[in-house]
Design a protein around this ligand. Structure first.
Ligand code: FE
Length: 356
């Protein structure tokens, strides 16, 4: 299979590496290997995404390019520990994970190399990629306010700032501050408003907690439906996935939940990404870049976003029917690479407020 990124010399080299016979002195040098004989090679990806949510897309990439994809799926922390331990011996060419906080940690740890790709730059908005090309967003999620349709008048709630008002006392559910989603949200607030204003907000929200933080985002949504609280902050794909189930307990829960797109007259609702970068020790760098470029193609964007109930990062690609049902909103346009420096302070702010 011809690889359009490879100049002819590189193509011949890669054929030599794989098909020794084609390069032995006795072989007919004037006869190039047929396309079927040229091995397009492989690419190894460490993915914090569940296999089922990415594998069909990787298979499609292999079909189109002939490049074999080897997938190692695991938790973000485990994959990063593994990369650290493997060092230059790692087989990983690509690390895919969720949240700019994890991408920032991977960048700080030196796991990524800078990639200069016109395709990636044109497809991924600047706010959703690292300024030095070390990672690129592949899908987008928002963290709006979710509420019990039965008990909350959504016109009483427009901004994150409203959540500190006395009327929300004992009515807010949110997960632990150790979770990267909350750290990113608070880091973005610090970037916008400074530490002091953010501390005031965090103090006020913690004072209005319905219960000590427990469980994941999905559990906060369930708690709202169960009446343990009236509002929650949670990522959109959780609600999207519960609705996509089409039946069952979580589907019934999700039907009781409404969304307030916070801060529409201000910075916009906090959003984050899943994303990936090419590892610094990648042995299949060109294939890794091709994979990332494939993942931002219209076709891949649509499938990947829909499978995860996330928003495509690429402008012009339509979100799933369920997400379109959530309505249009203004997303916070802050550069997610730029909030990286505020994570340590974000954690301290939440600590000081007693947000467990
Ligand atoms: Fe999540």
């Amino acid at each position: 299979m011809l690889n359009r990124r490879f100049p002819i010399g590189a193509l011949a080299l890669s054929a030599c590496a794989v098909l020794l016979a084609a390069c032995s002195p006795s072989s007919e040098e004037s006869v190039p290997p047929s396309s079927a004989e040229v091995d397009a090679g492989e690419v190894n990806i460490y993915s914090a995404r569940q296999e089922v949510l990415i594998k069909p897309l990787l298979d499609r990439f292999s079909e189109q390019t002939g490049i074999q994809v080897n997938l190692v799926a695991g938790r973000a922390d485990e994959l990063m520990q593994r990369l650290q331990a493997e060092g230059r011996n790692t087989r990983a060419d690509v690390l895919l994970t969720v949240d700019a906080g994890n991408l920032h940690r991977a960048t700080e740890a030196g796991f990524f190399q800078s990639i200069d790709s016109a395709v990636l730059q044109a497809s991924v908005p600047e706010a959703y990629r690292d300024a030095e090309g070390r990672w690129f967003g592949l899908s987008m999620r928002a963290r709006p306010i979710m509420y019990a349709k039965e008990r909350v008048d959504p016109t009483s709630l427009a901004n994150y700032a409203d959540l500190v008002e006395p009327e929300w006392q004992g009515r807010i559910c949110i997960r632990s501050s150790s979770n990267v989603y909350n750290q990113s949200m608070v880091a973005a607030m610090i970037a916008h408003d400074g530490v002091e204003a953010t501390q005031q907000w965090v103090n006020g929200v913690v004072a209005n907690f319905a219960r000590p933080p427990q469980g994941g985002d999905r559990d906060q949504i369930r708690a709202v439906a169960a009446g343990q609280c009236d509002v929650a902050l949670a990522n959109t794909y959780y609600l999207g996935a519960m609705l996509a189930a089409g039946e069952g307990a979580d589907y019934e829960v999700a039907r009781q939940i409404g969304i307030v797109w916070a801060d529409q007259d201000g910075h916009g609702t906090h959003v984050n990404i899943s994303g990936a970068g090419v590892t610094v020790h990648a042995r299949n760098r060109d294939n890794a870049i091709r994979l990332l470029e494939f993942l931002v193609s219209d076709e891949a964007q649509q499938w990947y976003a829909e499978a995860n109930q996330e928003y495509p990062v690429k402008p012009g690609v339509e979100a799933s029917e369920i997400l379109r049902g959530f309505g249009e909103f203004k997303a916070d346009a802050i550069s997610l690479g730029g909030i990286g420096e505020h994570y340590p302070e974000a954690v301290r702010v939440m600590d000081r407020a007693g947000w467990r």
